[in-house]
Design a protein around this ligand. Structure first.
Ligand code: M6R
Length: 365
């Protein structure tokens, strides 16, 4: 089953084009510049009356919820809250009656996510799910939802399921947005960005050799920081989680500007920072954050869509990624951090597909 790959994680990283194609197949309408989402089991009227959205999940799926928060708030202008499923089930937060609950779970069997779903159903909320495993408990018990169709994910570290969850939440944001104030032209731009994504994924994967060399250089370092702003902050969290899980290196993800409020104390020659610096309104701000790290002798690894605009001496290493529309950029950002964690773990001789102490799905509390 592995073919020419050494591990399932590697294979699954390289399967992301296919996984994204599967997730969007038949779910885009050019005529209406929107998404076609069969399976939600919820009427247009019900959807229009939603005032809030609550997203619940664990681990990597929780990071997908954080990205979704940005996407839904930006394109559909509906306030979103994100909760760890394990907290939600005991926290008993007050919920507005027009709240739509979404849970995300690759396996569809994570106990905390399942219990969060049951708790919100018990309270009378419409509860939808995004799952990958067809017929899983969460898929069966939710009121409706969307399958990811990512194909089986065997590696314990989630990769292709994560990027598929993001694209599906973008489809949801587009759909809800087009029912509200998102214009036909803006919807059309997002539809085109989604269609362009598979080729951009291929282009990004071509950086694998560059990332492998960087991984070799840093594989013995004891600590890493991952920094990003706006929706790249959750990708920084995901980068840190991937590295921790499979290579057992301590890593932290932070919004880049938050660094000055504490984590900058960690910066030293043994603590590299992986920073997302892509074109957009905050490009120069992130560059200043990178300079602050360099000034304290922290190695800087930049993931950027504008390598020509990076002044020499600013970064120790650069991973160039293609320019992508804001709506889909987090998916492109994710690929280098997955590859980095993977190659570092391989370099350290770790059991990549079955990291210590972890299970693919956490079915007991
Ligand atoms: O199957 P689920 O998506 O519900 O799993 C949630 C988490 O357990 C999972 O994402 C975990 O964090 C992975 N090991 C991440 O790589």
């Amino acid at each position: 089953e592995l073919g020419s790959y050494k591990h399932f994680m590697e294979k699954e990283i390289f399967e992301q084009r296919k996984a994204i194609e599967n997730a969007i197949r038949g779910r885009l309408s050019d005529d209406q510049s929107t998404a076609v989402l069969n399976g939600l089991n919820i009427t247009a009227n019900e959807l229009r009356s939603i005032d809030r959205i609550l997203l619940c999940a664990c681990g990597t799926a929780w990071h997908a919820c954080l990205v979704a928060e940005y996407l839904i708030e930006r394109y559909a202008r509906i306030p979103v809250e994100v909760e760890y499923a394990s907290e939600f089930r005991y926290r008993n937060p007050p919920l507005d009656k027009n709240t739509l609950v979404f849970v995300i779970s690759q396996s569809g069997e994570t106990i905390d996510t399942l219990e969060a779903l049951r708790e919100s159903k018990r309270k009378g909320f419409k509860t939808l799910a995004i799952t990958n495993v067809v017929g899983s408990t969460i898929a069966r018990e939710s009121d409706g939802g969307l399958y990811q169709y990512s194909g089986k994910e065997i590696g314990v570290a989630s990769t292709k399921a994560f990027t598929s969850q993001i694209i599906i939440m973008l489809l949801v944001a587009l759909y809800l947005g087009r029912m509200r104030d998102l214009s036909f032209a803006d919807g059309k731009e997002i539809v085109s960005a989604i269609k362009a994504l598979p080729d951009l994924i291929d282009e990004t994967l071509k950086q694998a050799d560059v990332v492998r060399k960087i991984a070799k250089k840093y594989s013995k370092f004891p600590d890493f920081l991952f920094l990003g702003r706006l929706e790249e902050y959750p990708i920084a969290l995901e980068g840190a989680l991937k590295l921790k899980e499979i290579s057992y290196i301590h890593a932290e993800g932070y919004p880049a500007a938050e660094m000055k409020h504490g984590p900058i104390a960690l910066v030293c020659p043994e603590c590299p920072a992986v920073i997302f610096a892509n074109q957009g309104e905050i490009f120069q701000k992130v560059i200043s954050n990178a300079k602050e790290i360099g000034a304290r002798k922290g190695p800087v690894i930049l993931i950027t869509d504008s390598p020509d605009e990076i002044e020499s001496g600013l970064a120790d290493d650069v991973i160039a990624i293609p320019k992508a529309h804001d709506a889909v950029r987090t998916i492109i950002d994710t690929i280098p951090i997955q590859l980095l964690a993977y190659y570092i773990a391989v370099e350290r001789g770790c059991d990549v597909d079955k990291p210590r102490n972890l299970a693919k799905s956490v079915t007991v509390e």
